[in-house]
Design a protein around this ligand. Structure first.
Ligand SMILES: Cc1cc2nc3c(=O)[nH]c(=O)nc-3n(C[C@H](O)[C@H](O)[C@H](O)COP(=O)(O)O)c2cc1C
Length: 322
C-alpha cells in the first residue's frame, strides 16, 4: 500500500510502532521494520547517549530497513541529555525521529539539518497545527483511546482524525485504538495516511517483555483501563491493577492536594519490574483500550501481514459490495 507516509519514510506498509518505555528495544523495532513497517527504539529507556548509540547499533545488526528513535520530552528536575541523544541519532544516520511530550521546536533545527524526518505525536488538533508550523514532516494524532498519555481534551479518534484532516497539510497517522486491518481502513477513511500502534505491538512474540505482560493485555477487555494523574495534568491511560486502585484511592482522598510524591510507589521506576520481571502488579503501566481487541500473541511479521490482507479484503470486497 502506497501512502504519503510510506513514501515519506521509505517503508512498505503504513504501520508505525510508537515509542514505548521499556518495550521499544532494538528487537521490537527491527521486527517491525523487517515486516515492512516503521519500528521505533525508545530513546529515554536507554537514558544516556552511549547506551542509545549501542541500541541503535544493535538494531542495525538486525535490520537494514529504516527505523526510528522516539524522543519523549517530559518535564523533569534532572532532564536527560537531549543534545547528546540527538547527536548519537544523527551520527548513526537514523532516518526518522518520533518526538512526543512537549513542543520539539528547540531540537528541530539539528534534526532537520541532518536530513532526519520528524513525526511528532500530538493529542489535539491545535498541537498538530503547531507541529506543522514549526516544520515537522508528519504527525501522529493520538486519540483519547490511546495507551499512555492522551492529553487532557478527551477527544476520541472518530472526531479527532477528521478534524485533523480538515486542518493539516502534512500527512498524519492515526494513533490510539488501532489493532488490525479494520483500524487501518477506518483511519484512512477518516483522512489518515497510516496508523501508529503501541499496545497491539506489546502482545507479540517479538516484543522483548515478560510473557505476563503480553497475557495481561490478551486477557484484558476494553473496560479494563483507567485514567490516572488527571489532577496533575499528566493524565495517563493504564491497565487496572492493585497498584492503580491504590493510586486512585489516594487521588480520591487527596483531591487537588495530590502531589506527585504521594504516588511515587505506584509510578516511579516501576517499568523494569513490570516489563522485564513480569511483576505486573508492581505499579501503573500504560495500556490502551484497544486491549479489548487483542486476543493473540503473533509474531510481528504475521501481525502486519494479517493487517494488510484484512485491509485489502475490506477495501476490495466488503466496501466494494455496498
Ligand atoms: C507501555 C507503553 C509505554 C509507552 N511509552 C511511551 C513513551 O515512552 N513515549 C511515547 O511517546 N509514547 C509512549 N507510549 C505511547 C505509544 O507510543 C502510542 O502512542 C500509544 O500506545 C498508541 O495507543 P494504543 O496503545 O492504543 O495503540 C507508550 C505506550 C504504552 C502502551
Amino acid at each position: 500500500m502506497k501512502t504519503k507516509i510510506t513514501e515519506l519514510f521509505g517503508i512498505e506498509h503504513p504501520i508505525i510502532q510508537g515509542g514505548m518505555h521499556h518495550v521499544g528495544f532494538a528487537e521490537l523495532a527491527a521486527a517491525v521494520s523487517n515486516a515492512g513497517g516503521l519500528g521505533t527504539i525508545t530513546g529515554l529507556t536507554q537514558g544516556t547517549p552511549e547506551k542509545l548509540a549501542n541500541e541503535i547499533a544493535r538494531c542495525k545488526e538486525m535490520t537494514d530497513k529504516p527505523f526510528a528513535v522516539n524522543l519523549t520530552f517530559l518535564p523533569s528536575l534532572t532532564p536527560p541529555d537531549y543534545p547528546g541523544l540527538i547527536k548519537e541519532i544523527i551520527d548513526a544516520g537514523v532516518p526518522v525521529v518520533e518526538t512526543a511530550g512537549r513542543n520539539p521546536a528547540e531540537y528541530l533545527p539539528a534534526l532537520k539539518e541532518a536530513g532526519i524526518k520528524v513525526i511528532h505525536k500530538c493529542t489535539s488538533v491545535r498541537h498538530s497545527i503547531k507541529a506543522q508550523s514549526i516544520g515537522c514532516d508528519a504527525v501522529s494524532v493520538d486519540g483519547f483511546e490511546c495507551g499512555g498519555h492522551p492529553g487532557e481534551d478527551d477527544i476520541p479518534n472518530f472526531i479527532l482524525l477528521p478534524r485533523a484532516a480538515e486542518e493539516l497539510e502534512i500527512p498524519f497517522v492515526a494513533s490510539g485504538g488501532m489493532a488490525d486491518g479494520r483500524s487501518l481502513v477506518a483511519a484512512m477513511a477518516l483522512g489518515a495516511e497510516g496508523m501508529n500502534m503501541g499496545t497491539r505491538f506489546i502482545a507479540t512474540q517479538d516484543a522483548p517483555v515478560h510473557q505476563n505482560v503480553k497475557e495481561a493485555i490478551v486477557n484484558a477487555t476494553e473496560l479494563d483501563t483507567r485514567l490516572i494523574m488527571r489532577s496533575l495534568t499528566n493524565t495517563e491511560r493504564v491497565l487496572n491493577n492493585e497498584a492503580v486502585e491504590r493510586l486512585m484511592e489516594k487521588e480520591k482522598r487527596l483531591g487537588d492536594d495530590l502531589k506527585f510524591e504521594d504516588i511515587l510507589d505506584e509510578v516511579a521506576g516501576v517499568y523494569p519490574k513490570i516489563m522485564h520481571e513480569g511483576t505486573i502488579e508492581a505499579g501503573a503501566w500504560s495500556c490502551g483500550m484497544v486491549a479489548g481487541l487483542v486476543n493473540d500473541i503473533p509474531t510481528v511479521q504475521d501481525l502486519i501481514n494479517n493487517i494488510m490482507s484484512q485491509a485489502d479484503e475490506i477495501i476490495k470486497s466488503r466496501l466494494q459490495n455496498f
